[in-house]
Design a protein around this ligand. Structure first.
Ligand code: CP
Ligand code: NVA
Length: 307
């Protein structure tokens, strides 16, 4: 892995993350003031390889690149030879000769690590089955923006122990975010990931299988879909997760002014009730918007020429 890859939250130091958030804040302010942004990525090309669907991630990277003067090339699974079996090692070496960076969303996290190993240009993880670090980065920025210090805002993750949950575990281990997780017994976070985090950082998250217990007094409750992309056949999960819906009843046990976050897309009636989603939609859509600003700062950091 190169210094300029972003495959997991831990690839940036906390100092780098705070610097990135400072820049994201500036970029957001200028964006809202209707000012043209400095063309820091002029002449840069970014390949976006997406083997899973996306609305937010794809559009925020493409638009972000354009706003900074660069250009993005979208490659879906069916558009490139990767989808026909060309090895990821060769894709890495070819793209390194044409473009300045690669954003990839795929199934296997190991495939992204291999891509990063063989590429000579920065690689950004836009979601794997294991992690979604760009989401966690924008969420941390949102918490900082809304509430000040994210280290002082305990977050309770409720639902499936998936890629987003794993990125929160990494964020907690790496940055000291106070985290509590509520998942059904068979759908908790990956034990391999927990073991790796414990070995490398000593961090062990608080895992509960009772959502009511987990959200007691909570200030931020975070949830994500129960069935992630690629798991559509796992329907019995829905039964196992039914007591983990973030709804008005559950939130009665949280702090009176509890905030709810969701990375989207949301399945109303599954992980979140319609009324809770709408009540907290301003924060949820701010979270989604922040993907754009934070990823622009990230692309500048990884792709822009050193000044
Ligand atoms: N939250 C998120 O990554 O959304 P997309 O799947 O639309 O990119
Ligand atoms: N856990 C979800 C996140 C979507 C952004 C998935 O992987 O489908």
């Amino acid at each position: 892995m190169k210094e300029r890859d972003f495959l997991a939250i831990s690839d940036l130091t906390s100092k780098e993350i705070f610097a990135l958030f400072k820049r994201a804040k500036e970029l957001k302010k200028k964006f809202h003031a209707g000012q043209k942004l400095e063309q820091t990525l002029k002449g840069k090309n970014l390949a976006l390889i997406f083997e899973k669907p996306s609305t937010r991630t794809r559009v925020s990277f493409e638009v972000g690149m354009e706003q900074l003067g660069g250009h993005a090339i979208f490659l879906s699974a069916g558009d490139s030879h990767l989808g026909r079996g060309e090895p990821i090692e060769d894709t890495a070496r070819i793209l390194s000769r044409y473009v300045d960076g690669i954003v990839i969303r795929t199934y296997s996290h190991e495939a992204v690590e291999t891509l990063a190993q063989f590429a000579t240009i920065p690689v950004i993880n836009a979601l794997t089955d294991l992690l979604h670090p760009c989401q966690a980065l924008a969420d941390l920025f949102t918490i900082q923006e809304q509430f000040g210090d994210f280290k002082k805002m305990p977050l309770v993750y409720v639902g499936d122990g998936n890629n987003v949950c794993h990125s929160w575990i990494m964020a907690a281990a790496h940055l000291g975010v106070p985290l509590q997780i509520a998942c059904p017994k068979n759908y908790g976070p990956s034990s391999r990931l927990l073991e790796r985090v414990r070995k490398t950082t000593g961090y062990v998250p608080t895992l509960l299988d009772d959502a009511v217990e987990a959200v007691r007094g909570a200030k931020i409750v975070y949830t994500d879909v129960w069935v992630s992309m690629g798991q559509e056949a796992e329907l019995k999960k829905l039964r196992a997760l039914e007591y983990f819906q973030v709804n008005g009843e559950l939130l009665k046990h949280a702090a009176p002014n509890v905030k709810v976050m969701h990375c989207l897309p949301a399945h109303r009636g599954e992980e979140i009730s319609m009324d809770v989603f709408e009540k907290h939609s301003a924060l949820i859509f701010e979270q989604a918007e922040n993907r754009l600003h934070v990823q622009k700062a990230l692309m500048e950091k990884l792709l822009a020429d050193e000044k």
